[in-house]
Ligand binder design. Sequence first.
Ligand code: SAM
Length: 285
Amino acid sequence: MRDEEKLSNPQVTIQTIQKYGFKFQKRYGQNFLIDGHVIRKILRAADITEADTVVEIGPGIGTLTQYLAEAAGHVYAVEIDENLLPILADTLGSYENVEIIHNDILKCDLKQLLGEGKTCKIVANLPYYITTPIIMGLLEGQVPAESITVMVQKEVAERMAAGPGSKIYGALSLAVQYYSDTYLAANVPPNCFMPRPAVGSAVIRLTRREEPPVSVRDDAWMFRLIRASFNERRKTLVNGLRNEPALGITKERAEEALQQMGLPLTVRGETLSLQQFAELSDLLP
Ligand code: SAM
């Protein structure tokens, strides 16, 4: 399909929306791309070739999907909004390598969808209201994704790459950096979307690491400690851990561990590096 005929041409998007009387749903974070340059940047960052199987989260009316279909071997596109299904059947009808899955991505078993031993690349212009659960689910669940290239709110991309001591550093930063290498591929202004979002956006690629950067006995346990530490940011680390009864960590045990690490007892979670959380988690079995 020629680029002028694609949905990245704003006129084609407007015609398609009018043809189907489609109403944008804010609750689904529907801001559709209308800029072919941005879409090409996403494809380049994701490094898509014919050998790749791509999972797209939220195809919308199929704007990014049209480009993915032309670059990849196979595309699974998971969309929650049933009003978009007839539109997708129309805009993607000429591509034989695209499968639309009507589901909530948070409930979708991607391992089963892909089949035994198969891997994929995740590509998406994400619905911003559920960016964190989607990314955490992909990283922590055993989803066989080589890389995740996504449009997110600019501030969230910054949070993913933040280090200790910064106000925006948190559980998301630690999970992203434990599981992947991050690469900020582009900043994208609101005028590249219809309707325009109220915030700036960025394309970020997370490439799964072969080996985590720190060694820890039980990473699931470490992430439970991390989440508890950031639950109440104004509290000390000891109080954060103590206030999560399911962890079963007493004040005394938490203080003993901090002393062994040479840290003050009043330390806050937001100052600890990934390495320090790994040490703490090994000291608190
Ligand atoms: N990919 C399209 C584009 O770039 O123009 C649309 C992106 S729009 C920001 C996000 C899309 O995700 C919407 O189509 C929305 O309906 C869909 N969506 C929202 N929540 C979802 C969920 N839980 N599971 C699957 N899709 C979802």
